[in-house]
Design a protein around this ligand. Sequence first.
Ligand code: FES
Length: 72
Amino acid sequence: MSDTTFSWNGDAVPFRPGETLAAALLRANHGLPRYFCGIGACQSCVVRCDGRLVEACITLARAGARVVDADE
Ligand code: FES
């Protein structure tokens, strides 16, 4: 995996410096199961990142991170 991608349900997703998981997923047309407020308030975008539940809209993308659906 390159320095500028993370994995989403097994697919490599590129991201730009300072980009959140949600922004990168939406830009790459991977989408999210749910996305509403975009400010970390509604919890609708929660995913599992390296085993931890996080809000995708406020969590910065990190090279090599393994991100999956929250129920994985
Ligand atoms: S979209 Fe509401 S917490 Fe992320």
